[in-house]
Design a protein around this ligand. Structure first.
Ligand SMILES: Nc1ncnc2c1ncn2[C@@H]1O[C@H](COP(=O)(O)OP(=O)(O)OP(=O)(O)O)[C@@H](O)[C@H]1O
Ligand SMILES: [Mg+2]
Length: 252
């Protein structure tokens, strides 16, 4: 099998439900989707529609009830080094400096310290924090801490970056800056990016394709964004995409 770029995912008939007291809750109902290596996908949907559940399955933190996921043709079983996950909170280790937080993932995998630090410095530079390598997590702003989280995820050189509401805890201005940064990093690193967000504008700004999860038994919808980059949030094409996405939710 030939693939132009690694990090491609296939989801086949992916289904997941949970047993709640007195009833069975069906969350994901037979999702089929191909995600090209190096592309970006945003997952949107109402609260409770299963966005986090889907991301956790892709991360290997949760098993589907039915169906499965393959990465470059290999079935996903549990977590793997080709995937890195970024949550809403960066979860930095408070007793380590920024540099050591970023190097940590490599060091636990046995990378010699000098090499780990060198790679960590490279990614700290990539997220624009070279002047803060020696500081403690408590001395960072929310946006800076999330950048450290991104650098830490990238140092282990994953093929796939999975993000669950990565900027959900940030103020609106910082959020816009971080979206730009993330697109720049995604272009430079050529990773596949899958990002959960409830912010429709963020979804269109970041992603090549937007997966809209229905709440309940409906069928998920896939929308191609097809806008030139860098994306201009004020352009008529962008605004039209946003309106189309709002209509998916019955809002205008
Ligand atoms: N471990 C679990 N046990 C039982 N039910 C669960 C579990 N995890 C999630 N659920 C249920 O699955 C549904 C989907 O949850 P999920 O966290 O995936 O939603 P979400 O789309 O990420 O929502 P939000 O936008 O609020 O983060 C919810 O109804 C939730 O109650
Ligand atoms: Mg969620």
């Amino acid at each position: 099998m030939t693939s132009l770029q690694s990090g491609g995912l296939s989801l086949r008939n992916l289904s997941k439900g949970y047993a709640l007291p007195g009833r069975q809750l069906s969350v994901l109902n037979g999702i089929n989707l191909d995600i090209e290596g190096g592309s970006s996908l945003a997952i949107v949907g109402a609260s409770g529609s299963g966005k986090t559940t889907l991301l956790r399955i892709l991360a290997g933190l949760e098993d589907p009830d039915l169906g499965g996921v393959t990465i470059d043709g290999t079935p996903v079983r549990g977590v793997g080094t080709e995937r890195a996950v970024i949550f809403q909170e960066p979860r930095l280790l408070p007793w380590l400096t920024v540099l050591d937080n970023v190097a940590f993932g490599l060091e636990v995998r046995g990378t010699p310290r000098t090499e780990a630090l060198e790679r960590a410095r490279h990614y700290i530079r990539l997220v624009g924090l070279s002047d803060f390598a020696g500081v403690w997590p408590r001395q960072l702003s929310g946006g800076m801490a999330q950048r450290v989280g991104i650098a830490r995820a990238l140092t282990v050189q994953p093929r796939i970056l999975l993000l669950d509401e990565p900027f959900g805890a940030l103020d609106a201005m910082t959020r816009l800056v971080m979206q730009e940064e993330l697109v720049r990093i995604w272009c430079e690193e050529k990773v596949t990016m899958i990002v959960v967000t409830h912010d429709l504008e963020e979804a269109i700004y970041l992603a090549d394709q937007v997966l809209v999860l229905p709440k309940g038994d409906g069928t998920p919808r896939l929308i191609e964004t097809n806008l030139p980059r860098p994306r201009d949030r004020t352009s008529p094409a962008f605004v039209r995409q946003r309106e189309a996405l709002l209509r998916e939710f019955g809002l205008h």
